[in-house]
Ligand binder design. Sequence first.
Ligand code: NI
Length: 145
Amino acid sequence: MEQMARFGVSLQPQLLERFDREIRKRKYGNRSEAIRDLIRDFLVEHEWKENRKVIGTITLLFDHHVRDLTRVLTEQQHQHHSKVLSTLHVHLDERHCLEVLVIKGSSKEVREMADRLIGTRGVLHGKLTATSMGRGFKPGRADAP
Ligand code: NI
């Protein structure tokens, strides 16, 4: 079984009350699981700041009736084909398309690519979700205190 380390945390009671309220709302089973998630988030943020190799998803909402847009977006992806691991395209209605791209690269490369795609004329909404290759992350036990 995976070994778990324990540590104590001191904080103001009001802060702990607010934290407990929030983790109940978010359906965490216990404080430890919530704190593990906060630590992982903190580490992912650090990986992105350090320009490490990361994974991200770019979500794009666009109107494919906008002249040349589909071609421009595809062209940009082909220019960086080695970083694009996968794409998902959904035809939402007769005009709108949703595209989700999984991108692997240095955080700088992934950010630049996201900025370029999201900033393309005709893209109605776009979002980069930053995550990690997961090295050094281990799943927490649901029953851990
Ligand atoms: Ni479409």
